[in-house]
Design a protein around this ligand. Structure first.
Ligand SMILES: *Cc1c(COP(=O)(O)O)cnc(C)c1O
Length: 226
């Protein structure tokens, strides 16, 4: 596809997603500006990302540290105010790379990772916003800390000095997401946490009405992933 077509498609998709966020925020009497749109650019190359940067999107999400390291230094040269969110499962041995690269990490989910991030933050003197990921549907194959382990993980993360922005969850696929998103919102309220990273292409309205502060939207902005 030539760049003009890419730009037109990207702008149309972006307008549609922003309209969806605004409508849902309106229903919930929230300001659309209180919801940060994170464009999840995993698997998409710079040519697909640049039109969204040109259209004003500033927050982007990547799943893998290595992929982000390959794409973002060059994109940031022209867009120094772009913010990078790491949203995928993170190995502790990648913590230093993640801290060096990311403005926010949405997948802090276990004590060993909290320790590794705290060490990296101390060594580098830079601290990404951290979201604690909850395994909200208690799914064995998924990352995230168990709900009953949240208080201890939160205490450890606070004691270690991580800047805790809030909670993140991915509801079970194939099930109605609202109860899981509502539960995550309740956990955040119970623990006085402001940030709520939830809502993807298929459930962002539900997430926004339930209080999401950060929606992570991939396919609705970029088209289907290969
Ligand atoms: C891929 C991904 C998304 C975006 O999903 P879409 O359904 O394409 O919007 C959001 N969050 C996480 C953690 C992801 O891995």
């Amino acid at each position: 596809m030539i760049q003009d077509d890419l730009s037109r498609d990207a702008e149309a998709r972006l307008t549609a997603v922003r309209d969806r966020i605004a409508r849902a925020a309106g229903v919930a009497k929230r300001a659309p500006a209180d919801v940060t749109l994170i464009a999840v650019s995993k698997t998409h190359d710079a040519a697909a990302i640049r039109p969204l940067l040109a259209a004003g999107v500033r927050d982007f999400g990547e799943n893998r540290v290595q992929e982000a390291q390959a794409k973002w230094p060059a994109l940031r040269e022209d867009n120094p105010d772009a913010r990078l969110h790491l949203i995928g499962q993170l190995q502790s041995n990648k913590a230093a790379d993640a801290v060096a690269l990311a403005d926010a990490i949405h997948s802090v989910d276990r004590p060993s990772l909290v320790e590794a991030l705290a060490r990296a933050i101390a060594a580098q003197g830079r601290a990404p916003d951290c979201f604690l990921q909850i395994n909200i549907g208690a799914e064995p194959q998924k990352g995230g800390c168990a709900i009953d382990e949240l208080p201890a993980l939160l205490r450890q993360a606070r004691d270690a000095g991580l800047p805790i922005a809030g909670l993140m969850c991915i509801p079970p696929a194939e099930l109605e997401p609202a109860p899981y998103l509502a539960l995550c919102a309740k956990l955040a309220r119970d623990h006085d946490l402001k940030g709520l990273s939830m809502g993807m292409s298929d459930d962002l309205e539900t997430a926004v009405t339930l209080g999401a502060t950060h929606v992570r939207v991939g396919s609705a902005l970029f088209g289907a992933r290969r």
